[in-house]
Design a protein around this ligand. Structure first.
Ligand code: BES
Ligand code: ZN
Ligand code: ZN
Length: 484
């Protein structure tokens, strides 16, 4: 699907059109009567995010028309506008249109038109168009061939960044959506390598023996029950060779989480192929950072494995070791993500000389209880880095919220028989984050729990059912902000 910015819309050459409209009447001679009609019948008032669809006969052909409300400069909200445009787009797609024009002219004068808006407007079409149907034998490809945006002064660089970002988001969704029988640790490594090499990112893949040799005992404790062996995926992008700074992106890469011997009930297990949303985000982010040629050094790390059940499973009550040297009491084998992450974080600091660490993970069911599907709880040891992360999320229309690290919570991760316990209890999202924090030493670090945001039960706005690709774009923006 081709997305372009154009100087004019030729209605006669289009199958569908989306017209932004505020609470005032606007639009061309052809479309103004439709707007008046919809408004007089109270079918559409122009409120932000509202949509109204109809079909008209114009110059010898049927034109599918969607009105999308932009409200007033006071009520303008980019999240709601993107939702309206996406729903309008999906409605046009359902009507099998091939060519779409989007009239954004109403968003000028008083509305905040900046690079952020441009990126968010150019990225959304690939996101809204996305469907995961690779395994449906009767899947019909999208009929939409082109989307032409008209009526706004579009900064070209920001526009093209947005296009790359749309692609990054949907790539991340596909990785997350692929089923675990296909998406094994080895397959994830293979797909990460293909994507990264294409973008100019160096990739190193370590197998079971190499992981053992590094002393990644916590990671191996989780991985060893599976017939599908683990892969440590290390991706390096060096955009600033003058600098010693390395930003590490560590993504949780459980290609399946059955819970292990602390087995999950069926209803909780059904979506556990998505337990590599963090991995999807970092793979997608580093490849996009490379495509943008940002002047920064980034290393992305995924300790990919499956949490399964067999005679070699780790067991509740075990005391295991870790690459960082701390002993860990296993209170629950379903709290496996943090075990893989602490070794990956230790690897990032000791072997990749990371000077800043961001980890991103579908870590705790409690994250969904904290903030639902729309925002990710965060734990951090550094105000400046947290603030940058928060800004990066906002830039791409995603959300985080910082959780506190009170001393009372810190005490919960300690254990009487070992240095730490992997199941410290409530507040689950915070204690999981604090557990990882025990391994970062004094390196500035931010932990992002995307268990609530990585997956959606139903399609909504730019999102499809299933993986959302959450975190991928914020990590691109963060690197952009930190780049020289
Ligand atoms: N992968 C899960 C977390 C999860 C739950 C992600 C729901 C997405 C949706 C994680 O490994 C897990 O099972 N965490 C446990 C930790 C507990 C046993 C301390 C949880 O959150 O219940
Ligand atoms: Zn688990
Ligand atoms: Zn998990």
């Amino acid at each position: 699907m081709k997305v372009t910015a154009v100087d004019q819309l030729h209605l006669e050459a289009l199958d569908g059109v989306l017209i932004c409209a505020g609470t005032e009447d606007m639009g061309s001679e052809v479309l103004a009567p439709i707007m008046r009609h919809a408004k007089s019948k109270e079918l559409f008032s122009g409120k932000i995010g509202e949509t109204y669809m109809t079909t008209i006969f114009h110059e010898g052909h049927c034109l599918e028309v969607g009105l999308v409300g932009i409200g007033t400069p006071d009520t303008f909200n980019i999240t709601k506008l993107r939702k309206g445009l996406s729903e309008g787009f999906k409605a046009l797609k359902n009507k099998k249109v091939a060519t779409i024009g989007v009239d954004l002219k109403a968003i000028e004068g008083g509305f905040p038109v900046d690079k952020r808006l441009v990126r968010l407007l150019s990225s959304l079409w690939d996101m809204a168009n996305y469907e995961f149907n690779a395994y449906k034998t009767d899947a019909k490809p999208s009929t939409v061939e082109s989307v032409a945006l008209f009526g706004l002064e579009m900064d070209e660089v920001a526009f093209n960044e947005g296009i790359l970002m749309g692609d990054a988001n949907v790539f991340s969704r596909t990785l997350t959506n692929m089923p675990a029988n296909i998406m094994t640790p080895a397959k994830l490594a293979e797909l990460a390598e293909a994507r990264c090499l294409d973008a100019g990112v160096e990739v190193e893949i370590l197998d079971e023996q190499a992981i053992e040799a590094l002393g990644m005992h916590a990671y191996m404790a989780v991985a060893k029950a599976s017939a599908n062996p683990p892969r440590l995926i290390v991706m390096r992008y060096r955009g600033n060779t003058d600098s010693e700074e390395v930003l590490a992106y560590v993504g949780k890469g459980l290609t399946y989480d059955s819970g292990g011997l602390s087995i999950k009930p069926t209803a909780s297990m059904i979506n556990m192929k998505d337990d590599m949303g963090g991995a999807s985000a970092v793979i997608s982010a580093i490849s996009t950072i490379a495509k943008l040629g940002l002047k920064i050094n980034v290393t992305a790390i995924v300790a990919a494995c499956e949490n399964m059940i067999s005679g070699t499973s780790y067991k509740p009550g075990d005391i295991i070791s870790s690459m960082g040297g701390k002993s860990i009491y296993i209170g629950n084998t379903d709290a496996e993500g943090r075990l893989t992450l602490v070794d990956a974080v230790t690897y990032a600091i000791e072997h990749e000389k990371a000077t800043k660490v961001i980890d991103i993970a579908t870590l705790t069911g409690a994250a969904l209880h904290c903030l639902g599907n729309d925002a990710a709880p965060v734990i951090s040891n550094n105000d400046d880095l947290y603030n940058l992360v928060e800004k990066a999320f906002t830039k791409v229309d995603e959300k985080v919220w910082r959780m506190p690290i009170f001393d009372e919570y810190k005490a919960l991760v300690k254990h009487d028989q070992a240095d730490l316990t992997n199941s410290a209890g409530s507040p689950g999202t915070i204690t999981a984050g604090i557990f990882i924090g025990e391994f970062v030493k004094d390196v500035p670090w931010v932990h992002i729990d995307i268990a609530g945001t990585a997956y959606r039960e139903k399609a909504e706005g730019v999102y499809s059912k299933g993986g959302t690709g959450s975190g991928a774009l914020p990590l691109v923006m963060l690197a952009k902000k930190m780049a020289k």
